[in-house]
Ligand binder design. Sequence first.
Ligand code: ADP
Ligand code: MG
Length: 596
Amino acid sequence: MAQIRVLPDRVANQIAAGEVIERPVAVVKELLENSLDAGATRVEIEFSKGGRSLIRIEDNGSGMQPDEALLAIERHATSKVREAADLLNITTFGFRGEALPSIASVSRFQLKTRPPLSQSGTELLINGGKLIHVRECGMPQGTRVEVAHLFNAVPARRKFLKTDNTEAAHIIHLAKVYAIAHPRTGFSLMENGRMVFDSPSCPSLKERVREIFGPVAVEDLMAVDAKDGDYRLRGLISRPGKGRSSRHDMITIVNRRPVTSSTLNQALIESYHSFLPRGRYPQAFLFLELDPKTVDVNVHPSKREVRFREAARLRGFVIRSLLQSIRPAAAPEVAGSRGTAAAAFPEAGDEGKAARLPPPSAPEKGGRGGGEPDPASYRRDARDPTPAGAAPDPDWKVKWRFLGHAQKGLAIFDSPSGIVLLDRRAAHQRILFEQLEKQYRDSNVPAQQLLIPVPFELDALGSAALLENLDFLNANGFEIAEFGRNFFRLEATPVWTSPEEGETLINDLVGLMKAGTFRKNKPLQAFTQLARLACQRSVRLDDSVSEKEVIELANRLMRCNNPLLSPLGRPTYIELGRNELDRRFYRNLAPSGNLW
Ligand code: ADP
Ligand code: MG
């Protein structure tokens, strides 16, 4: 039998590193969390080559005495948990005391640290788990960790890393998420010597989101703020209809710890079920606060996933809270221009009377101080809860109020968040494109037989190209038959085109085929070309379109998978948000923001 041995620390650390430090972003996460646990009000992150060649994190937190620094790199050395019972009440990020030794065992690890009131700092250098030196150094208050040559000595792990770009994307996302979770803490992030973002301490979540995701993102968000017993849910979520194409923009933070939780994600998606087109997801920055005893963060090696003790109750609370914000924002449907503003934007309890627009977004604050994220700024643009009767409508409708037509094919609406200019042609094209897409997917493209088939002739090249793609066209609403060398007969066309246009259409298609952009071995690409052509040709704008039709057009557009762009990539509508309008009307006059 083999002998049983206790592993040397260095080997144990490298094994633990396999679990805790699976890739560069995990190093960033652990170091970042240590900085936040140390009470830092400013954290600088820098990395290069996807984190492989360098990760540097510097904070102005509590720092460590020389003996504490030496202890910190020992396995299971932590200042945060003393006994198992503490695990039930964790308020810090770290608690296992394995991050630093694990990282140091698979990299060249330099730690410099100085606590307040100390004259000098301490520098530790460790290479692949081996302590190289400990010495005094100059250092501002705080801690700086530099991790170089990550996984160099662990080829097995290095092999599993993705490209530098992918690893970098993970690091950038993580840094953004932590910056969102801690608006008061100043954060900066540099990649390969280039600043990705640099956000000072922010007075509110909204301000932080604006700093990191830009003003446009903020305009598409609205506030949530709800409380029930020991649960509190705050944050910013998508306005109805303003979803994203991926579910990666749902950021959930539990007791200040960014987490992934299927309970929270499902509650989010479900709440938006009737308020976003199919295939679109809400954007969310959700802060849940609850008794730390009712959430287990110790279920995942990197503590990313959490488990809730009363998942069902929590789920109910989250859905109710979200709907409280979503419903009133969505409830008003497109109203006719004869309607009053109140009809377009009813307020709870006093429909008819309250001819009031929704309150403007939170005014810009003067300076940026420290201080708590301002709860009032969460609440400021929350709408009143809707009356109990207003159930979500399965046929989603925009709540734009039609104002009139302008220019060439523009329809103008008043929306709760600003002014909307809808390009009717682009909207029609998007709707048609998605209709064709569906027919194509269902292999059911309706065709119309021509009363008199149209004969046509092509040159040799065109003829060869058409023959090559004949099956594809015939499966997509055309009926084309070959009758003799370079001679064809068009017998049916798809219903989206008019029979008289059939021949020009074929010529356009043959042009694309010759240019090589239309290939039957790439059917989806071929279909897209065909559908774009269809959209370009078949949309005729009618000048005498009624208000009802324009509103129906807007509704149909917003039910599309991608309502924002025409199939040719042009915007279907432009929304001048209230902030944008405010900026133009007021802020130009008052650049300092404190004229009033
Ligand atoms: P854990 O965070 O689970 O306690 P770590 O290995 O991450 O374990 O860190 C070990 C200890 O080192 C921490 O408990 C803390 O006392 C100290 N430490 C780590 N990073 C910092 C830092 N940036 N500033 C101050 N102290 C730190
Ligand atoms: Mg830690």
